[in-house]
Design a protein around this ligand. Structure first.
Ligand code: 5GP
Length: 184
C-alpha cells in the first residue's frame, strides 16, 4: 500500500480544517487532482456549483446512486454527499494522484472497493478546540452545529481504522506531515 498512493482519502470531523489543508496541498503539488463531490446540502455563501461541490437536489442525487454513479456516498448531518465515479476513474487512469476529502462512512466504503487507497485521518488538538472552530463558522444553524458535534465524537473514535492520523494543531506542521505521508 505504501508504494502505491494513487488514491488518497482525507477524513476527519467537520471543522478540523481539512478544507484548508487540502487547498494548500493542491497549491503545492500539481499532480494531485481533488475530486469534486456531489451534495444535496445548500451552498454556503461563496460556494460555487461545479467548483466546491456539484449541488444536486435529492432526486438528482438518488438517480445517480441508482445508476451506480458514485464510488461511495453517505448521509451526513441530514444531507447526502457522494464521490462521482467517472472522473475519479478517468484521473486515476491518467496517472494522477486522486484525493478524496470525505467523511467516515464514505472512507469505509472506499476501503472496501479500493484497497490500495491510503487513508489519512485529520484530528483536532482537542474536542473543545473543534467545537470552537465549528461554532466559529457562523453560517450553520444551531441544529446543524449540534448534528456536526455529535457526528464529530463518533468520527474521532474511528481514527485507528486509518493508515495514519495527523493532528491539525498548527497548519504548516500538519501540512508537512501529510506531504511526507503522501511521498513515502
Ligand atoms: P460540508 O457540508 O462541511 O462541506 O461537508 C460535510 C462533510 O461531508 C465533511 O466531513 C466532508 O468531508 C464530507 N464530504 C464531502 N464530500 C463528500 C463525499 O463525496 N462523500 C462523503 N462520504 N463525504 C463527503
Amino acid at each position: 500500500m505504501a508504494n502505491n498512493k494513487g488514491l488518497i482519502i482525507i477524513t476527519g470531523p467537520s471543522g478540523v480544517g481539512k478544507g484548508t489543508l487540502v487547498k494548500k496541498l493542491l497549491e503545492e503539488n500539481k499532480n494531485i487532482w481533488l475530486s469534486i463531490s456531489a451534495t444535496t446540502r445548500l451552498p454556503r455563501e461563496g460556494e460555487e456549483n461545479g467548483i466546491d461541490y456539484f449541488f444536486l437536489n435529492k432526486k438528482e442525487f438518488t438517480d445517480l446512486v441508482a445508476e451506480n454513479g458514485f464510488i461511495e456516498w453517505a448521509e451526513f448531518a441530514g444531507n447526502y454527499y457522494g464521490t462521482p465515479r467517472k472522473e475519479v476513474q478517468n484521473q486515476l487512469s491518467r496517472g494522477k494522484i486522486v484525493l478524496l476529502e470525505i467523511e467516515l462512512e464514505g472512507a469505509r466504503q472506499v476501503r472496501e472497493s479500493f484497497a490500495e487507497g491510503f487513508q489519512i485521518f485529520i484530528a483536532p488538538p482537542s474536542f473543545k478546540e473543534l467545537e470552537k472552530r465549528i461554532r466559529g463558522r457562523a453560517t450553520d444553524s444551531e441544529e446543524a452545529i449540534l448534528k456536526r458535534l455529535t457526528r464529530a465524537k463518533y468520527e474521532l473514535k474511528a481514527q485507528s481504522e486509518f493508515d495514519a492520523t495527523v493532528i491539525n494543531n498548527n497548519l504548516d506542521v500538519a501540512l508537512l506531515e501529510i506531504k511526507k505521508l503522501i511521498a513515502n
